[in-house]
Ligand binder design. Structure first.
Ligand SMILES: [Zn+2]
Length: 439
């Protein structure tokens, strides 16, 4: 058997063999994905899902590094976002492949296994953590975002082995948490020292490449105070009603920032790229008591290149301005507590182009010659920013077709998962090169 050096087009016979190997393993892959989706890996409860991944990596013979994240190791690093919550059991898992002979370029494959809350289960057609397959789609929280992509990366490596090869370069398979709230899982792998020539994150993208992504700031708006007696209270003396006035002012800031985005070199053609969201509200204690407190969990988008400290100062100034002449807030100025994402935007630079051309080649080998990978500009964010902005590792996403991520009845199309698995296997083969494995 001859070996293949990187960046040469694979012989048709090898492409066939790899494709067949993916197809031969796809039933097992689908079962594995269902088992993975069944584990409700919500924030601060990711342990069992990390165990599942670490076991799968160990069984396959990868060198597994499974560690507890220490926040004090990360707090000084660029991109850090503060966490309030029990982080004592938070872990990262990396499975590494080191080849017998190095011929090609190294690779990080990263998947996050944290999932966002389901919302009321009765609003789902099926229980969110009991995956069912209907009309070729697997339903369940996390099926699309992004367990299907992570599993595709794992089974792409399996397919290469089944076809009689190993990647001819180091591959780190990284299973992380916190992607949906701070990105500290990805940051922890970088702090631990994992590096490669490119990082590929199979987030659900319907095979588009994310050319750009915005940044995100999370904060809690905390309104506290002693309202005046209910007998003389207007709306202004009520912490819940007062918080609405602040939220309306923040919507004004959102509109201002989007006007500025119309001049942005990257985002000028994207309508309303920066979204403010009041995502969760809590307040008050009793229907007949004027509420003295209200907490709103907020999210605001920022443009790539927009200075985060300046953006935060503007948000704080906006809250201060609306409070100044307000009947309740002037005596009880609300607090802005920065909590979670403190994330800059990220635009793919030209250094990623060699990896993108290998991805383009792999894409054509699956979908046909002349089929072109489409690039898009996201109005959300991914972990790619840590690799690209702070560690000089070009990073991009490509993933399967999913619907209703972060919503009800999240689902992923299995045919797209299978195609993605072939694309990733061919990408690994052509980026890392292949060594034959004699048995
Ligand atoms: Zn995701």
């Amino acid at each position: 058997m001859s070996s293949t050096s990187p960046s040469q087009t694979l012989p048709a016979e090898t492409i066939d063999r790899i494709t067949q190997a993916v197809h031969a393993g796809f039933e097992e892959q689908t079962q594995f994905l269902a088992d993975f989706v069944r584990i409700p890996s919500l924030r601060f409860e990711e342990g069992p899902a990390q165990d599942f991944m670490a076991d799968a990596l160990r069984r396959r013979g990868y060198k597994v590094d499974d560690w507890t994240i220490n926040l004090s190791d990360l707090a000084h690093l660029a991109g850090f976002g503060p966490i309030f919550g029990d982080f004592s059991r938070a872990r990262s898992v990396v499975g590494s492949h080191h080849p017998k002979t190095v011929k090609g370029r190294s690779l990080i494959l990263q998947g996050h296994l944290d999932v966002v809350p389901t919302g009321p289960a009765e609003m789902w057609s099926d229980p969110p953590f009991d995956p069912v397959i209907r009309d070729g789609w697997m339903h369940g929280r996390g099926s699309g975002d992004m367990k299907a992509g992570t599993v595709a990366a794992l089974f792409a490596l399996d397919a290469l082995a089944r076809a009689g090869f190993e990647p001819a370069a180091t591959v780190h398979f990284q299973s992380v948490i916190e992607e949906e709230s701070t990105g500290l899982g990805a940051l922890s792998t970088l702090q631990r020292g994992y590096r490669a020539d490119v990082a590929v994150l199979p987030e659900p993208s319907d095979f588009t490449i994310n050319r750009a992504q915005i940044g995100v700031l999370w904060f809690n708006l905390r309104v506290r105070g002693r309202p005046v007696h209910v007998a003389v209270a207007g709306d202004g003396s009520n912490a819940i009603m007062a918080s609405y006035d602040v939220l309306r002012a923040l919507q004004g800031l959102e509109a201002e920032w989007n006007e500025r985005a119309a001049q942005d070199p990257v985002y000028k053609d994207v309508p309303h790229p920066l979204n403010f969201n009041a995502g969760k509200i809590e307040g008050g204690d009793w229907a007949s008591s004027v509420p003295a407190w209200c907490d709103v969990a907020c999210r605001m988008g920022v443009l790539p290149g927009q200075d985060l400290d300046a953006a935060k100062a503007q948000i704080e100034a906006c809250v201060a301005a609306v409070s100044r002449d307000h009947p309740f807030l002037s005596n009880n100025p609300p607090e802005v507590v920065w909590n979670g994402f403190q994330a800059e935007g990220y635009v793919l630079g030209p250094e990623v182009d060699p990896a993108l051309s290998v991805m383009q080649q792999s894409y054509e080998q699956v979908f046909g010659e002349g089929e072109v990978l489409v690039e898009n500009k996201m109005t959300a964010l991914t972990d790619t920013r840590f690799y690209g902005l702070y560690y000089d590792i070009p990073a991009f996403c490509i993933g399967p077709k999913a619907q209703n991520i972060h919503g009800f009845d999240e689902r992923v199309e299995l045919a797209s998962v299978r195609d993605l698995t072939v694309i990733l296997a061919l990408f690994i083969a052509q980026w890392c090169g292949l060594n034959p494995v004699e048995d």
